[in-house]
Design a protein around this ligand. Structure first.
Ligand SMILES: [Zn+2]
Length: 434
């Protein structure tokens, strides 16, 4: 369908208002408009309103099919990915996930093991239409010495296909060992990475956060937190991060993931936190699939009663930038998943009600994560921009989000890519249970 010349014209493509720039047309109530798109030399040379019932000579008629920019996945763990067959979560709980993954890391995460699983994950993400991806990297000693060089090599190998970013990952208590943490921050800076920690309520949280911010400022690093991945109402580390950002006068970008407990807290507490999050300019990423899996997991045979996700609607109402992302794939934190951002958006629509109206929620898998990852031009369709987009069968939200769209066409640099997914059997040799 897509000529391999890299130069062609589409007529009758359905584009979304929130994912185009410099394009004006009569958008319908779902935010869609019909457009004609010209592609030349790996770029989009023009996007114009489609004249009703007219297909220009030589143009490919898309028949109103949806075209979205390639996805941006801002929160993943491809170092953990796909270990499930050799290390499943014994009971589906968060602690079960933490312990199982920790044991697997100590026993099995050689450079070779990591590289094979990371490459497998990236091939899946690429085939599904993802163009940029941030992964957290378990950096508890001595793993950081093994994983960061693998990450750097992987980023080089994937340059031009997936823009790969890395953020270190360790519990906030790890910051108490200042000498070690400062060395890690230096290592992350050398790798042009992002400084990340997991926050929860420890007595010295404020002091430790101050040190994290000080190191980020010293090395000019952006920050990325896992915060309050629990239903415990006493977990208010999101607020503590916002306060630390304000009193440290931090000017870099801060992404905060999960924030589950916020959805369980009293209104006054929520309002106070959201005021501070907005003021500090934090960007929040929700991980709906992983939250649904781990949160409200019950050991007494009863049914979960809440969805696990944070308050994205309340955040958006205050102009706090919000994203959704994949998080874990086939590891003890989430038994499923394939880094398919269409699946993430479909699940987010159902779990978080990204509908009635759809409004600009589609930005949560494209434009918004691109901004926090400092990727100019990613996540939007624009004249002069890269011809990196996904062509779907669906012509409306209900068509797009009802089927897996496994026959979607991914176009990179104007050309359709080979969308063959890697075979699970490739990983069998790594999966012998220990
Ligand atoms: Zn995560």
């Amino acid at each position: 369908m897509i000529p391999n010349t890299g130069s062609y014209h589409f007529a009758n493509a359905r584009v979304h208002r929130s994912l185009t720039s410099g394009f004006d047309a009569p958008f319908d109530g779902d935010g869609f408009a019909l457009a004609d798109i010209s592609v030349a030399d790996s770029k989009i040379s023009s996007i114009g309103a489609h004249a009703a019932s007219k297909v220009p000579a030589g143009a490919i008629d898309l028949g109103g099919r949806i075209v979205l920019p390639c996805f941006v996945d801002c929160h993943t763990h491809i170092d953990k990915g796909h270990i499930w067959p050799r290390k499943p979560n014994p009971d589906g709980t968060f602690m079960g996930a933490l312990n199982a993954t920790g044991a697997d890391r100590v026993a099995r995460w050689s450079a070779e093991d990591l590289a094979k699983r990371m490459d497998f994950s990236l091939r899946s993400a690429y085939a599904h239409g993802t163009r940029a991806l941030r992964t957290h990297i378990d950096s508890v000693a001595p793993q950081e010495e093994i994983s960061w060089p693998v990450f750097e090599a992987m980023r080089e190998a994937w340059r031009g296909r997936i823009e790969l970013q890395g953020a270190c990952l360790l519990g906030i208590e790890g910051v108490r060992d200042r000498k070690w943490f400062d060395r890690l921050a230096k290592r992350v800076a050398a790798a042009k990475g992002v400084l990340g920690v997991v926050t929860y309520m420890v007595p010295d949280l404020e002091e430790l956060l101050d040190h994290v911010f000080a190191q980020a400022i010293k090395h000019g690093l952006d920050l990325d937190f896992h915060a309050d991945e629990t239903d415990d109402v006493a977990a208010i580390s999101l607020k503590k991060i916002a306060e630390a950002a304000l009193w440290n006068g931090f000017e870099g970008k801060i992404l905060v993931g999960h924030c589950c407990s916020l959805a369980r807290q009293p209104d006054l507490e929520v309002l106070d936190t959201l005021d501070k999050v907005a003021k500090a300019g934090l960007v929040i990423v929700s991980l709906p699939m992983c939250n649904l899996y781990l949160q409200d997991r019950r050991s007494d045979g009863t049914t979960p009663r809440w969805r696990g996700v944070t308050l994205l609607h309340e955040m958006k109402a205050r102009d706090i930038a919000v994203a959704v992302a994949s998080d874990n794939t086939r590891d003890p934190f989430y038994a499923y998943g394939d880094l398919d951002m269409l699946e993430v958006y479909r699940m987010a629509t159902r779990i978080l009600h990204f509908d009635h109206p759809v409004a600009d929620w589609p930005q949560s898998v494209a434009t918004t994560p691109a901004k926090v990852m400092r990727l100019d031009g990613f996540g939007t369709l624009a004249a002069g921009g890269d011809a990196d987009f996904v062509l779907f069968k669906g012509r409306s939200w209900t068509e797009l989000l009802s089927r897996p769209e496994s026959d979607r066409i991914v176009v990179r640099g104007g050309r359709a890519i080979d969308r063959q997914l890697p075979d699970y059997a490739e990983l069998d040799e790594l999966m012998v249970a220990s």
